[in-house]
Write a protein that binds this ligand. Structure first.
Ligand SMILES: NC(=O)c1ccc[n+]([C@@H]2O[C@H](COP(=O)([O-])OP(=O)(O)OC[C@H]3O[C@@H](n4cnc5c(N)ncnc54)[C@H](O)[C@@H]3O)[C@@H](O)[C@H]2O)c1
Length: 381
């Protein structure tokens, strides 16, 4: 017997599509799950556009005001896929309406907002998760398993980058539909909340708590035309950010993100160096995990490139897909997140990262931005 989970999707952009693909695929590849997503309603401000999205992706109905969506008894869960400045208001209202919430990252504009959101979901007792989807790339999950098994031993270094190059032109405006990421009022911050937040979520999942940070940020293009006013306005986001940190386990962290690294589109990489072994991962080659083990026999010792496609149960999630050697991609991380969320409803075990888990990432982002301003080390939290 399967149970329906009636979904209300808010936003039909990049993430609206990525998540909907996850909801549509999940029952085919995870047939054992008790809950089945039902695409009940899609919501966005423009009726014509949201209807076109609903028709294309198979939503049963549309709404142009998320408040109306939240009033509906036929909606069990809402998925917040809108710019960051809208997360808090929608999430708190959704919790008060008793809806389960799947919210995009970063959880909020800052820690204070995120704390209010956590309190709202905890008070309402509604299931919640934040879409830090990279945790569910099989190679990244495998890295987590290897670390938890102790394969790396004591960890000394954690290094991560997230590099892009799409905002180098001075002519690119800020604000509005596609460019809200350049507008601090909609995004909260620049690469810190948009890109480093992903690196931080993975880092704290793999390597534990961060105690303190020291950071620098830069805004290379100081003024851009705002699409809403047509006027040149000061740019309030960080175009680039680099920070050092200390983890509670004694290891050192080094993080860098920019949208000014010509040639790089979405180069998310991390490397972890432990006492016995090191691992490396690269989003452009997301189905591989590079592994070096010093305990290997000397003449064979070297970096090995693990093609994370074994479906015999050794490689996370891969038993759900094809045959060994055939890889999956970016969109599957969202299918996995949906599957884990549905499973969490069966077991009653929260689906991480919960709002509370994602607040930890927000606290680190705030400490990073605070340190870039103050010029000194900042404690997290
Ligand atoms: N997990 C990831 O890897 C990842 C990737 C991209 C974006 N994101 C996050 O997802 C969220 C959305 O980003 P995106 O790239 O999908 O943006 P997008 O610009 O592609 O889409 C935003 C959507 O929000 C809708 N919207 C704006 N205001 C609204 C309102 N008041 N009511 C209803 N709908 C409204 C727009 O119509 C649009 O459909 C952001 O929080 C972003 O940080 C996460």
């Amino acid at each position: 017997m399967t149970k329906p989970l009636n979904l209300g999707m808010i936003g039909y952009g990049f993430m609206g599509r990525a998540h909907t693909n996850g909801y549509k695929r999940v029952a085919d590849f995870f047939p054992e799950l008790e809950y089945r997503p039902v695409l009940k309603a899609a919501c966005a401000r423009n009726q014509e556009k949201v209807q076109a999205f609903a028709d294309q992706w198979g939503y049963e109905s549309t709404e142009t005001d998320w408040r109306e969506l939240l009033k509906r008894d036929d909606i069990d869960a809402v998925d917040i896929c809108v710019p960051n400045n809208l997360h808090k208001e929608i999430a708190i209202a959704a919790a008060e309406a008793g809806k389960m919430i799947l919210c995009e990252k970063p959880i909020a504009m800052d820690t204070a907002e995120g704390e209010e959101m956590c309190q709202a979901v905890e008070k309402a007792g509604v299931a919640n998760t934040v879409w830090y989807n990279y945790r569910r790339v099989p190679a990244v999950t495998l890295a987590k398993n290897l670390i938890d098994e102790g394969k790396l031993g004591r960890i000394f270094h954690y290094r991560a980058n997230f590099l892009q190059d799409w905002t180098i032109s001075e002519d690119l405006p800020q604000g509005g539909a596609a460019l809200w990421r350049l507008d601090a009022a909609a995004a909260g911050s620049g690469v810190t909340g948009d890109l480093l937040a992903h690196c931080i979520d993975t880092a704290i999942w793999l390597n534990g708590k961060v105690d303190n940070v020291t950071a620098m940020t830069e805004t290379f293009i100081k003024e851009r035309v705002h699409t809403e006013t047509g006027e040149k306005q000061q740019v309030g986001i960080d175009d680039a950010c680099a920070f050092l940190c200390r983890f509670s386990n004694g290891s050192l962290g080094l993080f860098e993100s920019t949208r000014y690294a010509r040639g790089h589109k979405a180069l998310y990489t991390f490397e972890i160096n432990g006492e016995h072994a090191s691992i490396k991962w690269d989003l452009h080659d997301l189905h591989r995990l590079e592994y070096f083990d010093h305990r290997d026999e000397g003449k064979l010792r070297g970096w090995r490139s693990i093609h994370v496609t074994d479906n015999g149960g050794e490689h996370p999630y891969m038993d759900k897909w094809w045959v060994p050697g055939l890889q999956i991609g970016y969109e599957h991380s969202f299918v996995h997140h949906v599957a884990d969320f549905l499973k969490s409803l069966e077991t009653g075990t929260p689906c991480g990262p919960t709002f509370r888990d994602a607040l930890e990432t927000q606290k680190i982002c705030d400490a990073v931005l605070g340190s870039a301003k103050s010029g000194s080390w900042e404690q997290v939290g």
